[in-house]
Write a protein that binds this ligand. Structure first.
Ligand SMILES: [Zn+2]
Length: 174
């Protein structure tokens, strides 16, 4: 009886700690996903595809960018690639301590870059409008967090409805 009560108490305490950690983790992530959303919004205002990304090293943004395929007539400047490019050349030791935030699930190209540089953690705004290579990244040991953020979902779903051809071109579909 006494033992059972003790177990119950322990479970309650564990749950509270878990809840606290979960809340504080979300609070830590919020400014960075917000920065990625700001980048996506800049892209949208430029007439581009509204996907943004930031790269965080030791709680500081070292690179930020947004999809600029339309703006730059670029074949490779997805949001994540633009953020990587803007972070400049970094030693492997830095990439290995970075978290990449992106408003949308990363495509095969961007997932390849994440693996190439050994970025260990990716926080994804949403994967409702497009499912990228999350399973592949997970299989290679990358920690993936999907927020299903309604702001990210709205940016993309509004864009896809208005510009289906531009979106298909971005992900290599006719
Ligand atoms: Zn991509």
């Amino acid at each position: 009886m006494g033992k059972n009560r003790k177990n119950r108490q322990l479970k309650t305490i564990d749950f509270k700690i878990l809840e606290k950690n979960l809340t504080s983790k979300l609070l830590i992530m919020e400014p960075f996903i917000l920065a990625a959303i700001e980048e996506a919004e800049i892209g949208r205002q430029e007439g581009g595809i509204p996907i943004g990304s930031v790269i965080v090293y030791r709680d500081r943004i070292i690179g930020r960018g947004h999809n600029r395929r339309v703006q730059k007539r670029s074949a490779v400047l997805h949001g994540e690639m633009d953020a990587l490019e803007n972070a400049g050349r970094q030693p492997a030791s830095v990439y290995r301590q970075c978290t990449l935030y992106t408003t949308l699930s990363p495509c095969p190209m961007c997932s390849g870059a994440i693996l190439l540089y050994g970025i260990p953690e990716v926080v994804i705004g949403e994967n409702v409008t497009f499912m990228g290579e999350e399973e592949y990244l997970r299989s290679k040991g990358v920690a993936i967090k999907v927020l299903q953020d309604t702001r990210c979902i709205k940016l993309m779903s509004d864009f896809i409805v208005k510009n289906p051809q531009l979106w298909n071109e971005d992900i290599g579909i006719d």
